[in-house]
Design a protein around this ligand. Structure first.
Ligand SMILES: [Mg+2]
Length: 382
């Protein structure tokens, strides 16, 4: 189904540097787990014998259930992941560290997968550039653009409506917003009202509901809003509880935080715990893991979309390319980074409205402007 072409190797790693940059969010995102107003953006640059590549870490500082924070992941990269990769390169006589080896070497745990996703992306970027290819062509994506999916924030219904208005003006074909039980119906109704009957509306509960009578009552009230799906109503890994909830309400359900392994995707399908899954490359060790997750969702007849984490332009280009795969049947988080970040280190010009164009130059996406980056750690082999 998905045919990835072979890549040139980028040669032995000479230098691995972690960088950070900071940006505020244009509209603070209020979820059931807290408010996000700032974004610490972490990049990795790998210089190799034949080239250079950049990756971006798609973690956040205060993650919801199960995910490592940016701080934890950076500490793990410095203390464990990068030294392990350099050891592996040394053990192979200082040879090339291929991007496809990173997942198997580092992945398996949530923090290992997050670390792997960053390094895989940097090495893949270098390999694609050495191979005169971009990510979309390597993945076999045939479209030049993807449907525009916006995730919008707002501390009040009025703010949410302003954000929805802007997203719709820019051509969003799907609106996705965070909810909690208190304002679930009001938020959903406001979005449906703004979106009309052609634009998909998705609500993300981030695990803020339970199986109580009052929760079920609120969730049933959402049935009137024709929402594309309700994301992660319950927190945790209890798929039996999720299947029970699924049988009690008629809105389509999607799982996000719960889904970080291929086995879980199979189990979601087997239990009938949801109709759809949100696939985040950071949870699956990067692009290859995300492609495997998409295939697993398809095999289980689950719908899927690629979930964003308010990445800058580089990380967003990876989400956009994956969103272009034909097996990703829902609208993904593809709106350009400058629609939610005040300062995107990767954006040279303001993004256009309408369907986002996939990165058509070499590599995974646009590199960050180094003048806006602060080095955190530098590693050299040997
Ligand atoms: Mg979510």
């Amino acid at each position: 189904m998905i045919v990835a072409r072979s890549l040139e190797d980028a040669g032995a790693p000479l230098n691995i540097t972690l960088y950070e940059a900071h940006s505020s969010l244009r509209t603070p995102v209020v979820s059931a787990q807290g408010t996000h107003a700032q974004r610490r953006i972490v990049y990795c640059s790998v210089e190799t014998q034949h080239g250079r590549g950049f990756g971006e870490l798609a973690t956040v500082e205060q993650p919801s259930w199960g995910d490592p924070s940016t701080n934890e992941t950076v500490s793990y990269l410095i203390a464990t992941a990068i030294p392990r990769l350099l050891e592996a390169s040394k053990a192979r006589g200082g040879g090339a560290l291929a991007s496809y080896l990173v997942g198997p070497l580092l992945g398996g745990s949530r923090i290992g997968n997050a670390a792997a996703s960053l390094i895989e992306m940097a090495l893949l970027d270098a390999e694609l550039r050495c191979s005169s290819m971009n990510l979309a062509s390597w993945l076999g994506v045939e479209h030049a653009s993807v449907r525009r999916g916006a995730t919008i924030g707002g501390a009040s219904i009025a703010e949410l409506e302003v954000a929805a208005y802007r997203a719709l003006e820019a051509g969003a074909q799907r609106l996705r917003a965070k909810i909690d039980p208190e304002r679930a119906f009001a938020s959903g109704a406001a979005l449906r009202n703004m979106a009309g009957d052609q634009i998909a509306v998705q609500l993300d509960a981030n695990g803020s509901f339970d199986l109580s009578g009052s929760s079920i009552e609120i969730l049933r009230s959402l049935e009137a809003l024709d929402i594309a799906c309700l994301e992660q109503p319950l927190i945790g890994a209890d798929l039996a509880a999720m299947a029970q909830l699924h049988s009690l309400i008629s809105i389509p359900l999607c799982l996000d935080e719960t889904v970080a392994s291929l086995r879980t995707i199979t189990d979601v399908a087997r239990y009938g715990a949801a109709n759809a899954v949100c696939i985040k490359p950071v949870r699956f060790g990067g692009v290859r893991g995300a492609v495997a997750a998409i295939e697993q969702a398809n095999a289980g007849h689950l719908s899927c979309f690629i979930g964003g984490m308010f990445e800058s332009g580089l990380g967003r280009s990876l989400i956009q390319a994956l969103a272009g795969l034909p097996s990703v049947d829902m609208v993904s988080d593809t709106a350009p980074a400058d629609t939610y970040l005040e300062q995107d280190p990767c954006a040279l010009t303001p993004s256009a409205s309408g369907e986002p164009l996939l990165w058509s130059h070499l590599g995974v996406g646009p590199w960050p402007d180094e003048a806006q980056l602060t080095p955190i750690a530098v590693f050299s082999p040997g």
